[in-house]
Ligand binder design. Structure first.
Ligand SMILES: C[S@@+](CC[C@H](N)C(=O)[O-])C[C@H]1O[C@@H](n2cnc3c(N)ncnc32)[C@H](O)[C@@H]1O
Length: 571
């Protein structure tokens, strides 16, 4: 019984030996087990019973963890979470764990809360259902004097489970929904051809939200949370889920539309590396059910309980740090310049080139010659460390001047470049993204007049440090390109670029940006966020000393014309 020993005490193993009698009928045995541990229908069928009797258990850990976002909470953490809830004077009489896994939240609840009358749980993986039942039995064998609630554990798919019908809660109950739903997104699931998806996936088809959330991609944990906010909107109680930080951000972001009746929203940052051995940012998300519809969330460190910041909605603006934002909210408007994303080719192996003497080398270490005309220096996120640049480590081939432009011209005008591109046609044609389908050979994206502007101010979309870099043309007077991990504004006028650069790199601009950026997103700086920088508003707040020795006066006039604003300050 090695596997059983892992989860239960010798006492419970002996108990099972004595109590499981194949000759008795299932109903009788289940009644007896319910008396000992409160679990209704301990054995779903006679096979469950035989398994345990023969000690040939199938209580294995699952192999295909990713499909089920399977990160089991360790008991120390689930204990601490229940302790934290208890310290908030939460004393539930009904517990619901919608994806209970190996059941540590159920066991911790039994340990910490004294008034539990009913526990409900759902889990899709049968061995986990059995492990949890055995752990609960073990708990009551070791603690015979603790009151036994009625415990119903369903081996079911949450997406098919009728919570309203199965979970009997009335207005007088105090419900606690607790757990750690799967850590997986719908697109990860589609990628592995999984069926573990909610049937209705259109819950966030709200216009205007796409840009923030990534079109159509959502976390299963967010779907489960939303379903529960809906289903239990009339019930008194509390909600505590361990989820990725991105899930909490999205819940908050959509709260402006969803208006779930949840209040007192709190996020407690955990160390997911330590707790789950994964490199993601995750937290405990807590809220009160059936209350007013809050749109702000206070963030704490889970271990020290220190308050870190508050994020959410202020006057219809979504912000990551309310305190800083309140100081700089005047800068939140519409940028007078258009931020653009850099060039996209999805073929770095053959499109990222190094130049040595008069030869080019690609990432496959192939050496070749190319005509100069279509070759441009290119900067990536890691090159944008602030300051001024006019050199690049890498080069690329810019095959088009605008999206969709025919590329037939390359063959006659630039035969060497054409031969190189043509020899890599397979790689171009095998690019996964659908944007390249039906487009001319060697097509690129993120290209237009703006890409060829001589002066640029760029920032990486990937880094937490907000480094604006001013980019001048290279030694051949050619404009430098940016890759698609970067955002930039293009300028024709050097002085204008330099002036705007001075404004963007001021502390106040950076502080403002930091107050609207969520650092735990993969791409923390986005076009949408950059487009919120109201450069004129920042200039208006600059004092004389700040603009005296610069060209602000001229530039401000220029911008003022762009936005048709009269800047009395500079008049
Ligand atoms: C992140 S684990 C957490 C388990 C448990 N709540 C805990 O805190 O340790 C997610 C659990 O969800 C289960 N699961 C995944 N998809 C499910 C579904 N559609 N219905 C019910 N459970 C599901 C997995 O089997 C896994 O046990």
């Amino acid at each position: 019984m090695d596997i059983l020993d892992k989860y239960i005490s010798k006492q419970t193993v002996d108990f099972l030996q004595n109590k499981i009698c194949i000759e008795k009928n299932l109903i009788e045995i289940n009644q007896e087990f319910e008396k000992f541990c409160g679990i209704v229908d301990f054995f779903e069928n006679i096979d469950d019973l035989k398994y345990l009797k023969n000690q040939s258990t199938n209580l294995t850990d699952r192999e295909e963890k990713s499909e089920y976002g399977d990160y089991q909470t360790n008991s120390e953490l689930s204990d601490k979470i229940c302790e934290l809830l208890k310290s908030k004077e939460i004393s539930p009489n009904i517990i619901f764990e919608p994806t209970f896994g190996k059941g540590n939240f159920i066991i911790s609840s039994l340990k910490k809360f004294k008034n539990i009358e009913q526990i409900y749980g759902v889990e899709i993986y049968k061995p986990y259902v059995q492990i949890t039942k055995l752990k609960i039995l073990d708990f009551f064998i070791i603690n015979p004097n603790i009151d036994k609630p009625t415990i119903k554990l369903f081996h079911a798919n949450f997406f098919d489970f009728d919570t309203k019908k199965q979970i009997k809660v009335n207005k007088n109950n105090n419900l606690l929904i607790i757990g750690n739903p799967p850590w997986v997104t719908n697109s990860e699931l589609s990628g592995i051809g999984s069926e573990n998806l909610p049937r209705k996936v259109n819950f966030k088809n709200h216009k205007g939200l796409d840009a923030m959330t990534g079109k159509g991609n959502f976390d299963i944990a967010e779907f489960i949370s939303n379903t529960l906010f809906d289903n239990f909107s009339e019930n008194t109680g509390n909600f505590a889920f361990l989820v990725k930080n991105s899930v909490i951000k999205n819940i908050l972001y959509r709260q402006i539309i969803n208006n779930y009746k949840i209040s007192n929203l709190k996020k407690y940052l955990i160390d997911a590396k330590k707790e789950f051995n994964v490199s993601v940012n995750a937290s405990l998300f807590y809220c009160k059910l059936n209350s007013k519809s809050d749109k702000l969330c206070a963030e704490y460190d889970f271990y020290s309980h220190n308050r870190l910041k508050t994020f959410g909605w202020i006057n219809n603006k979504f912000v990551s740090n309310t305190k800083t934002y309140n100081k700089y909210s005047d800068f939140d408007g519409t940028c007078q310049y258009e931020w653009r994303q850099g060039m996209k080719h999805d073929a770095s192996k053959i499109m990222e080139l190094y130049k040595e003497n008069n030869f080019y080398f690609n990432k496959l270490d192939e050496k070749f010659e190319l005509e100069n005309d279509l070759i441009y220096g290119i900067l990536k996120s890691s090159d944008l460390k602030g300051g001024i640049k006019n050199k690049t480590r890498k080069h690329t081939i810019v095959t088009q001047k605008k999206i969709g432009q025919e590329t037939g011209y390359i063959k006659n005008k630039y035969p060497k470049t054409y031969n190189y591109l043509q020899s890599k046609l397979d790689i171009f044609n095998n690019r996964k993204s659908s944007i390249y389908k039906g487009k001319p050979a060697f097509s690129i994206f993120g290209i237009g007049d703006y890409s060829f502007k001589p002066y640029k101010i760029a920032i990486s979309g990937l880094y937490k440090k907000l480094n604006f870099t001013l980019i001048n043309p290279d030694k051949n007077n050619k404009p430098i390109m940016l890759d698609d991990t970067c955002y930039f504004i293009g300028f024709d006028d050097k002085i204008e670029a330099e002036t705007i650069f001075e404004i963007l790199k001021t502390e106040k601009t950076k502080k403002f940006l930091s107050s609207i950026i969520f650092n735990d997103a993969k791409r923390s700086v986005t076009k949408n966020l950059l487009m919120r920088i109201d450069i004129v508003a920042i200039m208006q707040k600059m004092n004389k000393a700040e603009y005296k020795n610069n060209n602000y006066l001229n530039i401000s006039r220029k911008i003022a014309t762009i936005v048709q604003t009269k800047l009395a300050l500079f008049g």
